[in-house]
Design a binder for this molecule. Structure first.
Ligand code: AMP
Length: 312
């Protein structure tokens, strides 16, 4: 089992640095901080760091570490929840001695000296499953909270396909270790007035294609006008989801140098379409990007082709 090898490697190294992906979501930070907690609580004398970006709405999970280049010398880098190397947050894994990949996305790139890639609903579930498979491993309440949060966010609160009895068993175990579901939901469900107003804007302005693609665009101007963060804007993807007759939906969000697409489906698989637009992810939830809003129409035509094919 690859998990044995990974634990052997963790035992072997004094310094372990845990990376995630750019613009980290709940599963990314959850699996990073949860893995740190497992290593720290099981092996007392190791230096364990979580590096990369953070997200305001996940600040209740704790902080990432600031470390200098020297820390990477002779270290083990573990990259979680990230399918391809160019999306790794903190590219200094290059300075480490060895790299381990732990991920649950459809593979787009083989990397790392060891890779554990599972068809599991979240990377946090994979990390948490170590506690079930290796009872000597320990975790504290903050670690259990981080992993539970990762599971909740990546499964749409245990609603998405991929959720199975193992998911629930693992979540139950994390509750036993101190994760508090209602408290976590309280943090995740809080919405500012500005976000509610942005929701109204998205609901009033989203567009629809003939074949059943619903999409909304959020420009930098709109983010400014509504005084919302990039993460707030990103959260709007669910607002136009699951509308009857619209099995594919997307949000196009403007950043400094690109338009990020958050693409979702409850019909056809959309990961290959995402691959075509510099992205990837899961069969029914992917991310991608285009250069400007001028390309939205071309993208919408591609989605319509996909929908036509799917309906045949
Ligand atoms: P998002 O819309 O950003 O929530 O992304 C949906 C899923 O696709 C997540 O699991 C992401 O980690 C993954 N994803 C997003 N963007 C990319 C990308 N450019 N390449 C590969 N996977 C991605």
């Amino acid at each position: 089992m690859i998990q044995n090898k990974i634990l052997k490697k963790i035992k072997e190294y004094d310094t372990i640095i845990i990376h995630g992906h750019i613009r980290p979501d709940g599963d990314c930070l959850g699996s990073q901080l949860g893995l740190k907690s497992i290593i720290k609580n099981t092996y007392k004398n190791k230096n364990v760091y979580v590096v990369g970006g953070k997200s305001e709405y996940l600040s209740f999970l704790g902080d990432v570490d600031q470390i200098d280049d020297q820390a990477f010398e002779g270290a083990l880098s573990i990259i979680v929840d990230t399918a391809n190397l160019d999306r790794v947050s903190d590219q200094r894994y290059n300075l480490s001695k060895e790299i381990i990949k732990i991920d649950h996305h459809i593979p787009v790139e083989d990397y790392g000296n060891y890779a554990w890639v599972g068809q599991v609903s979240s990377a946090s579930e994979m990390v948490a499953s170590l506690l079930l498979d290796f009872p000597k491993l320990k975790i504290d309440e903050a670690g259990a909270t981080a992993l539970y949060t990762g599971m909740v966010t990546d499964t749409g609160r245990f609603r998405f396909s991929g959720v199975n009895s193992n998911t629930m068993k693992t979540a139950g175990m994390l509750i036993d270790k101190g994760a508090n579901p209602s408290e976590i939901d309280g943090y995740l469900s809080k919405e500012s007035l500005n976000v509610i107003r942005l929701k109204g804007y998205v609901l009033s302005n989203f567009k629809m294609t003939k074949e059943g693609f619903a999409y909304a665009t959020i420009s930098k101007d709109i983010k400014e006008q509504f005084m919302v963060s990039d993460e707030d804007a990103s959260s709007m993807v669910s607002v136009i989801g699951n509308i009857e007759g619209f099995p594919v939906w997307a949000l196009f969000i403007e950043y400094d140098n690109e338009i990020r697409i958050r693409l979702r489906s409850n019909g056809p698989k959309i990961d290959q379409l995402a691959n075509k637009y510099n992205g990837g992810g899961h069969a029914l939830a992917s991310g991608a990007s285009i250069a400007s809003f001028d390309d939205v129409e071309v993208f919408a035509l591609d989605v319509d082709d996909l929908l036509k094919e799917w309906k045949k």
